[in-house]
Design a protein around this ligand. Structure first.
Ligand SMILES: [Zn+2]
Length: 54
């Protein structure tokens, strides 16, 4: 019972963490804690500049 509720929590957390590329919609890969990169089109996102793609 306890394990099950923890599992749901983890799943929700993981979904929230995923960021879709605003250019092509691909789930962006995490290079490091604050650095995301789209494997498809190469767009990069730094979490210190939220929403700032280059
Ligand atoms: Zn992309």
């Amino acid at each position: 019972m306890v394990n099950e509720s923890y599992g749901v929590k983890d799943r929700a957390k993981n979904q929230k963490h995923k960021v879709e590329c605003i250019r092509c919609g691909t789930i962006m890969g995490e290079l490091s804690t604050c650095h995301l990169r789209c494997p498809k089109c190469g767009a990069e996102l730094d979490c210190s500049d939220k929403g700032n793609f280059w």
